[in-house]
Structure formats: structure tokens, C-alpha cells
Design a protein around this ligand. Structure first.
Ligand code: ATP
Length: 364
């Protein structure tokens, strides 16, 4: 077991492209850290640097108290699980799991006991003689996990391991991975572009964008208090509604905001924080909407509304809003008709405010 510490880690590819622009991160012993962000944000590069598969052009990586910048991947005491499984097609499940251990010169009785134990944990016992081609996608992914487990590494590294699976199996495997990680209590770093996967797996969530960290923290804290407008729109689905506010609106209408709001800002409300109500509200926001589209997904319904005049509340004067830019998420399947007029309200404590460039959260 081990801590993983990154200090001002940087990567510039030989082409001159700066993929990682200085990242610091501390993953405690046994913690599950998830790197999440849009395609191209550098999360795979960062994971591969921890693995030693990619060189580091600046900073330090420390695994278990040892700086590993110059240490070969095989000597880092890590095990990696890839999206494409990377199994040997001509070898049985058993031999796929045993291969790395044999390469290290481990004795057969020890190899057998580790493979049997991993097979038991992963429920692969009946499949040890099969070849990967005779397995389903989920079973292959479990073999890939088994190969990592038998190594008994200090750290597991996962690179989008569930991306090749269908939606249902993804959820099942997500739960399996979390249970397994808790049971083995092995420090883990996991890369995904799926915000839901990230939210549900992480002890520590790292939201990345453009080679930098936007926010690090507990997933629920990040959902409740996104540090930037990027995080606000990336974490949570459907995304947070964000509108430009004119400076005068903020100063005059949101109490207690003081000197923070000299410049125009962005106002955010999560779709699930709206309620359809005719109540008079104080300190929050009320929007008159014309319903443009409805999406029923069973337990809940998404309403896409165009704003009509008559917004009220502390942030009443919202500046220019284009039609169709308000999403309201309600429980249940009973929804207004297309074209109906509704009133969506959110209390003050559910409003989010950011600086005009979105880089700073403003508490008020
Ligand atoms: P995805 O989810 O699409 O895999 P990612 O966040 O994992 O994205 P990376 O694969 O880490 O992104 O790539 C980060 C950036 O570095 C991208 O803009 C990519 O084009 C660039 N990049 C990756 N490998 C190289 C390379 N060998 N040379 C130059 N640029 C590279």
C-alpha cells in the first residue's frame, strides 16, 4: 500500500505541445482517485506518467515515499488495467493471469495460489481454461483486472477500463470495481471522461481541463460548490444552467456580494434545483418559461424552456438570454405540454455565481 504524490508535474511532447501544465496531487494510502475531463485534457498522459509509460518533463512523482521519475515501469510496483484489456489471445485465462508472475520468476505454487484467489474474487473459477475469444466483454475485463490483482501492487492504475462495455454492464462493473477496491484497499488512480462514473467511484475527484486541474475534492463537494463554470457545467447531467449577468444586476440585486462583483458575472442554477411553483420567492430566482421540449426518462423529466419576460427575485434582470436555454429537471413523468407556460423557481442557496470569465466562484 502506498501514497501517490505529484508535485508540479509537467509534460511537453517533443512536438512542443504542453499536455500537462503543472499538476500537484496527493492520493492517500488506499484512496480511490478519479481523473475526469473532456477528451484531450491530458488525463491519460498524466496516468501514463505515473505508470512510467510516458517521460516527465518537469516536477516529481512519488509512489510510496520513493521518487520514481527515473524508475522503469516494471519497477514501480504498479499494475495497470487498460480499456482494450490487452489480453494474450492464444493463452488461457489462467495463463493470462499467471504470465507476468512467471516472467518475474515467481514459484509455481505461489503463482497458483494467487491466480486461484483472484479467480475466486472475480468469479472466474469456471473459466480458467478458456481463451479470451471465448469470453464476453465483461468477463475479459475481469481477466484484465485479475492480471492486475495477482501482482499485489502498491497502486492500481485504470485507463477508461469500462469504455468498451455496454451501458448496463458498465454500471455492473463500476460497482464491482468499487467493491473490489474497498476490499483490497489498494491505492487507485482511475481515468474516465464519464462524469457519472467519476462521481460514483471517487474518494478524491480531480476535474481536468486543458492540461490543468480545475478542481480537486470530494465528489459531492465539487457538485455542490464547483470552483469554476467549467466544473459547474462538466459535473452533473443535464448540465448546470449558466447565464451572463450584467455587473449592475449583481451589485444592486444580490445582497451581500460586496466588492467581489465589480465585473459582470455568470449565474448558475442546476436543473434539479428548480421547482415548478407559483410561490412568491424572496432572495431566489423565478423564471417565466414557455415549454419548448420535454424528455421523459422514467423516474424524472427534463423540461427545456424559453424564458419569457417576468423574471423576478434577486437576480431578476438576467441580461440577454437566447430561447431554449433553461433546463428544468423534475421528478416523475407528469410534465407540462409543449407550448405551456410554467414558472420555475430556485431559492437563493441554490444559486451559483462565477466571475465573468468563469474562472472564479463567488460566494455571496
Ligand atoms: P481522451 O479521453 O481523448 O483519451 P485524454 O484527456 O486522455 O483524452 P491525452 O491522451 O492525455 O488526453 O492527450 C492530451 C493532449 O496531448 C491531447 O491534446 C493530445 O492530442 C496530446 N498528445 C497526446 N499524445 C501526444 C504525442 N505523442 N505527441 C503530441 N501530442 C500528444
Amino acid at each position: 500500500m502506498a501514497n501517490v504524490t505529484l508535485r508540479d508535474v509537467r509534460k511537453t511532447y517533443p512536438s512542443g505541445f504542453e499536455a500537462i501544465k503543472g499538476i500537484g496531487l496527493e492520493v492517500g494510502d488506499g484512496q480511490f482517485c478519479v481523473l475526469v475531463g473532456p477528451s484531450g485534457c491530458g488525463k491519460s498522459t498524466l496516468l501514463r506518467m505515473v505508470a512510467g509509460l510516458e517521460t516527465i518533463t518537469g516536477g516529481q512523482i512519488d509512489i510510496g515515499g520513493r521518487i520514481v521519475n527515473q524508475v522503469e515501469p516494471a519497477e514501480r510496483d504498479i499494475a495497470m488495467v487498460f480499456q482494450n484489456y490487452a489480453l494474450y489471445p492464444h493463452m488461457s485465462v489462467y495463463n493470462n493471469m499467471a504470465y507476468g508472475l512467471r516472467n518475474r520468476g515467481m514459484r509455481e505454487p505461489e503463482i497458483d495460489s494467487r491466480v486461484q484467489e483472484a479467480a475466486r474474487i472475480l468469479e472466474l473459477g469456471a473459466m480458467l481454461d478458456r481463451k479470451p475469444g471465448q469470453l464476453s466483454g465483461g468477463q475479459r475485463q475481469r481477466v484484465a483486472m485479475g492480471r492486475a490483482i495477482v501482482r499485489q501492487p502498491k497502486v492500481f492504475l485504470f485507463d477508461e477500463p469500462l469504455s468498451n462495455l455496454d451501458a448496463k454492464l458498465r454500471i455492473a462493473m463500476r460497482v464491482e470495481i468499487r467493491k473490489l477496491q474497498r476490499r483490497l484497499n489498494t491505492t487507485s488512480i482511475y481515468v474516465t471522461h464519464d462524469q457519472l462514473e467519476a462521481m460514483t467511484l471517487a474518494d478524491i475527484l480531480v476535474v481536468m481541463n486543458g492540461g490543468q486541474v480545475e478542481q480537486i475534492g470530494n465528489p459531492l463537494e465539487i457538485y455542490q460548490k464547483p470552483a469554476t463554470s467549467f466544473v459547474a457545467s462538466f459535473i452533473g447531467a443535464p448540465p448546470m444552467n449558466l447565464w451572463p449577468l450584467r455587473a449592475g444586476d449583481i451589485r444592486s440585486q444580490i445582497e451581500g456580494i460586496g466588492g467581489m462583483a465589480r465585473e459582470a458575472g455568470l449565474l448558475g442554477v442546476r436543473p434539479e434545483d428548480f421547482e415548478i411553483s407559483s410561490d412568491v420567492i424572496t432572495g431566489g430566482i423565478a423564471l417565466e418559461l414557455a415549454v419548448e421540449a420535454i424528455e421523459r426518462v422514467g423516474a424524472e423529466t427534463f423540461i427545456y424552456g424559453a424564458r419569457r419576460d417576468g423574471a423576478q427575485g434577486v437576480a431578476a434582470n438576467l441580461g440577454e438570454l437566447s430561447p431554449g436555454d433553461v433546463i428544468v429537471r423534475i421528478q416523475g413523468a407528469i410534465a407540462p405540454a409543449i407550448g405551456a407556460r410554467i414558472r420555475a423557481v430556485a431559492p437563493r442557496e441554490k444559486l451559483h455565481l462565477f466571475s465573468a470569465d468563469g474562472r472564479q466562484r463567488i460566494e455571496f
